[in-house]
Design a protein around this ligand. Structure first.
Ligand SMILES: Nc1ncnc2c1ncn2[C@@H]1O[C@H](COP(=O)(O)OP(=O)(O)OP(=O)(O)O)[C@@H](O)[C@H]1O
Ligand SMILES: [Mg+2]
Length: 257
């Protein structure tokens, strides 16, 4: 059965596309058939991260408009997974087309990862609605966490489950939010804390996921562990008690806004 995972965040630039490509490479290394899809149609850059020029390629946009089958928009990356790129062709999209496009992948992949747009908007809704589960990405600061809390509330209202959060670009300085604070306030389990590493940017320049150019680093191993947990379905949600604590914090956040 194909599992569809949306990678989302309340705030932009936290590392959704980075996590998408790196989880995909790790899962492919673990023998899974993985497809990554650029569901960030207003700022598509998944192909850029993977060194794939989209000019004259068939993209997700063509599939969503019923002008092509998704098999025509699938490209194999040297890291062992497939990518469905998107292109910036128009401002308003019929996001219903995403469901139609992804339906064609069901049964043909183990895991489909959707690289979603940031924030709370129609574009994100489309990705969340077709996903079986949502993973959030935050950086360990107040703005990122607050926006993630708002997005999580919205995802709950859509009846979808957030199965984990990844804390990214951590520098382990004293003013950063701890994993415990993130878990308690968001009500979601932290699957891993990825420290800042300059090679993440370099990896985009060479079109390869970080995990494939920085083997043996702490970051590579953490991403590999997150991928393993996802593959094995071990990234369970919080205990009832942790959910209760998060619920109390949720009221505090509403009150202080
Ligand atoms: N752990 C990290 N250490 C250092 N740089 C990182 C790390 N994670 C991501 N980056 C860098 O941060 C920048 C933003 O990352 P990315 O594009 O993945 O964010 P995003 O959430 O997808 O952004 P957007 O909301 O615009 O789609 C990139 O230059 C990326 O290389
Ligand atoms: Mg992105």
């Amino acid at each position: 059965m194909t599992k569809i995972i949306a990678i989302a965040s309340g705030k932009g630039g936290v590392g959704k596309t980075t996590l998408t490509t790196n989880l995909a490479a790790s899962l492919a290394n673990q023998g899974k058939k993985v497809v990554v899809v650029d569901a960030n149609l207003s700022a598509p850059n998944l192909a850029i991260h993977l060194g794939i020029p989209t000019v004259s390629l068939i993209t997700l946009n063509d599939v969503m408009k019923h002008n092509a089958y998704i098999t025509h928009a699938l490209y194999k990356h040297p890291s062992g997974f497939y990518i469905v790129p998107a292109d910036l062709d128009e401002i308003e999209h019929n996001y219903g087309g995403l469901k139609h496009a992804l339906r064609q992948l069901l049964g043909n992949a183990d895991i489909v990862i959707l690289d979603a747009a940031p924030g709370v908007n129609k574009e994100v809704d489309a990705a969340v609605k077709v996903a079986d589960e949502v993973l959030l990405v935050v950086t360990p600061d107040e703005a990122s966490l607050r926006n993630a809390i708002l997005l999580k509330r919205h995802i709950d209202e859509l009846g979808k489950s957030v199965t984990g959060v990844v804390v990214n670009q951590a520098k382990n300085v004293h003013y950063e939010l701890s994993d415990k604070e993130v878990e308690e306030r968001l009500g979601v389990k932290v699957l891993g804390r990825i420290r800042y590493h300059r090679k993440f940017r370099e990896s985009i320049a060479v079109g390869m996921p970080f995990v494939d150019i920085a083997r043996g680093t702490e970051q590579q191993m953490i991403i590999e562990n997150i991928a393993k947990a996802i593959a094995e379905g071990k990234h369970e949600n919080l205990s009832l008690w942790q959910k209760f604590v998060a619920f109390l914090n949720r009221d505090i956040v509403i009150w202080s806004e």
